[in-house]
Ligand binder design. Sequence first.
Ligand code: NDP
Ligand code: 2IT
Length: 451
Amino acid sequence: MSIAEAEIEKLENGDCNENKVFFQALEEVIHSIAPLLESDPKYTKFAVLDRLVVPDRVIKFKVTWFDDNQNVKVNTGYRVQFNNSLGPYKGGLRFHPSVNEGILKFLGFEQILKNSLTGLPIGGAKGGSDFDPKGKSDFEVMKFCSAFMTELHKYIGPRIDIPAGDIGVGGREIGYLFGEYKKITLKYDGVLTGKPFMFGGSLMRPEATGYGAVYFTEKMLEIENKEALTGKICTVSGAGNVALHAIEKLQQIGAIPVTCTDSQGTVYDARGVDLALLKDLKLEKRASLAEYVKSHPQATYIPISEYPTGGHAAWNIPCYAAFPCATQNELTEIDAKNLIANGCISVTEGANMPCTPEATELFLSQKICFAPAKAANAGGVAVSEFEMSQNASMQKWSFEKVDKKLKIIMRQICTRVALTAKDYGVEGNYVDGANIAGFKKVADAMIAEGI
Ligand code: NDP
Ligand code: 2IT
């Protein structure tokens, strides 16, 4: 039995350990690439899949820091350096209490194929900590980031491994991490992306993932001969980096995003989400979405505790296109049924793996245009690579230049995914298309580089 098959068997036998989300991601890819493995024996001969599913290394370390009351706090830090066949390890850092090795293996594995799809020279990695930035003072976040970097700096570098943001890690955290790296190493390197613009960040990196997801969707709807998003009602989940900028781009192209969510509930504003208010609440005040309705009594706030499935009410609002942009497995089969019953024709995964396998299967079987995360949210890491290029050449590109390059890359990914699906007899299935196209490039590089 191969390693990959053994991993799947563990899942089928009810192994509910922390690797569950990793197996979920793996299972989907293994299913998609079966025709490729059958058509070309070299992938089996060189055991590419078995080699790909095991990270090159998993670095796990203790992070100790003082809170504002001088109490010693202890967290666990990780960096999963998964695969560097196409370029240096690249991928975000997540700070959230749920973080464990399994979640980071799932995210790192997805990142390998996502980064491959961009066509840029970047390998796959992920990292983070079970540290919860919520409710912490700026000073506590700074202390934690410094302590985290005290360990992490040993393993990263602009040609080795380049971390960035993810859930709970934005410009503030990247700034503190960068400051500590510089202090320890004396190097002013482009070692992290998502830096604030004033010290080497790329314009448009904050917007890139959300904007990119919308650019991808526009191209997918064109290919599938569906009406464009302009004038259409859209539902969005999340109220963080990805969601805010998906909402922003949707508004710019004349669509009407009517929802956003956080971990506690959904805001439904039928007139369209007030983005300025949302940014103020989430980016400046770091407040709950429940505050939104205080300024907009016409809008509704539905806490998850009051929604029958315990999930998010966002997916029960009629829409033309849905954009889950919060977190993994947030959109279930029931949500998928509701979306389809209410006339939704397109679903774009802005978050990483936000749809459960059952929901994804339903979308595919019902011929809903379905843009999988590793293709649709690749805009963030693509602009991260643009940031690396700018840092390496001591340049600063304009917003317009980055935006233009982002749009081109998202449209190229979409076309390549659609064509790959067609070549393998699954036209319209962007999940299989993305997995095959992403895998093939990494697999060919792994074979060419020897074992
Ligand atoms: P943020 O931390 O900026 O925002 C996360 C949002 O999701 C918050 O509104 C948060 O609510 C909400 N949320 C709801 N449920 C959960 C949960 N169980 N765990 C964590 N958050 C939850 O993160 P991003 O917007 O950067 O990331 C969102 C998704 O997009 C993630 O899946 C991430 O991996 C993916 N992604 C991010 C990229 C980037 O460039 N940042 C690039 C590609 C993918 P609350 O405020 O209540 O915590
Ligand atoms: O999931 C992702 O692609 C990210 N969190 C962004 C990674 C990056 O290196 O910009």
